[in-house]
Design a protein around this ligand. Structure first.
Ligand code: ASP
Length: 340
């Protein structure tokens, strides 16, 4: 008989463990007590054994900063030898940033990490917490995973392809440009193509936290060059530029284009992703996109904003120069993009 797996569950905060206060739901400690009371089946013989670690100050995930990703990755790395896999309980609001960041920060890590949470707190009736948490544990128990995934509602998704698409529905996450790793019904229906191990690691080392200044800028009609200049003036090392459609912007506006050129010439890495939920950036499809690449904007292909943002952060945290970062942003490092 196969040996029972042992999982580390790390409770960082989020709705799953929240309690109602006068001001609305807020993070609460003692998830252990709550799990014993509300979810005794976690101790069932059919589930892997687990050890729970709770953050001293559980986070409302909208307060998470990049430092949180690096701390979490370090905790996981430090505990790697004792466990077959890791479940991270996280708030949904920035869950996709954390799951994307972990995929880059745990480069070369060969154990499954499954990030989950819930839309309804465990203390409430009809909570989705039990299904999501048990689903995350079972996903690890299947034995086929080795990278970072998100387990939520009916889906197991690749961590760095995931984005939050619903504020209130229980299937809150999707991976718009990659089919789910598994669909979760009465059992796990794995899509074997997406379970393949990620491509060989280009990054040999995992960076420590650094204060890297990365910005996200969504293009909108009439956007002024002043916004770009202000971001560059604030010291941005990289910008995720959320372009229209397949990668276009107001390139007939000479001052906007000149501001972009100034940014790129100053060494800021500007990466184009699409504002559309699905599809990819192809900068040379339209003249209005070619003009972006002519001034130095690079394609983010089909990356989510979260993947592009956290990838820029972790590459700069490695101390790489802008040219190298721009090159790597266009490469598939951890299964986060398909060049097409
Ligand atoms: N605001 C909460 C958080 O992100 C939402 C959630 O967990 O679902 O921490």
């Amino acid at each position: 008989m196969a040996e029972k797996k042992k999982i580390s569950i790390i409770y960082t905060g989020g709705t799953l463990g929240m309690r109602l206060t006068k001001k609305g739901y807020a993070p609460a400690s003692d998830l252990d007590g709550l799990l014993r009371e509300r979810l005794p089946e976690l101790g069932s013989a059919s589930l892997p054994d687990y050890e729970l670690t709770e953050y001293e100050d559980p986070l409302e995930s909208s307060n998470a900063t990049p430092r949180h990703w690096y701390d979490l990755a370090e905790r996981i790395r430090n505990a790697v030898d004792g466990f077959d896999g890791f479940v991270v309980i996280h708030g949904t609001d920035t869950l996709a940033y954390t799951s994307s960041a972990l995929s880059f920060l745990l480069s070369g890590f060969n154990k499954p990490v499954v990030v989950t949470g819930s839309q309804i707190p465990l203390v409430e009736v009809r909570s989705d917490a039990a299904g999501n948490l048990i689903g995350a544990m079972q996903a690890i128990a299947t034995g086929g995973l080795s990278d970072v995934s998100v387990c939520f509602g009916r889906y197991l998704l690749r961590g760095n392809r995931t984005t939050k698409v619903h504020a209130t529905e229980l299937d809150a996450f999707e991976s718009p440009n990659l089919p789910p790793v598994a669909e979760i019904g009465t059992d796990f229906q794995f899509n074997e193509l997406n379970v393949l191990p990620p491509p060989p690691d280009v990054l040999a080392v995992s960076p420590s936290y650094r204060d890297c200044n990365i910005a996200v800028l969504r293009i909108f009609p009439g956007m002024s060059e002043g916004l770009l200049d202000a971001i560059v003036g604030a010291g941005a090392a990289g910008i995720v530029l959320r372009c229209y459609g397949v990668g276009t912007g107001p390139t007939a506006d000479r001052s906007f284009l000149a501001a972009l050129r100034r940014a790129c010439n100053a060494g800021v890495v500007v990466v184009a992703v699409s504002q559309c939920l699905e599809g990819r950036v192809t900068l040379d499809r339209y003249a209005a996109g070619s003009a972006l690449s002519d001034v130095g904007v690079v394609s983010g292909y089909d990356m989510t904003t979260e993947a592009a943002f956290t990838k820029l952060h972790t590459l700069f945290a490695l101390g790489l120069d802008g040219g190298t970062v721009a090159g790597l942003m266009q490469e598939n490092l951890r299964g986060e993009l398909t060049r097409g």
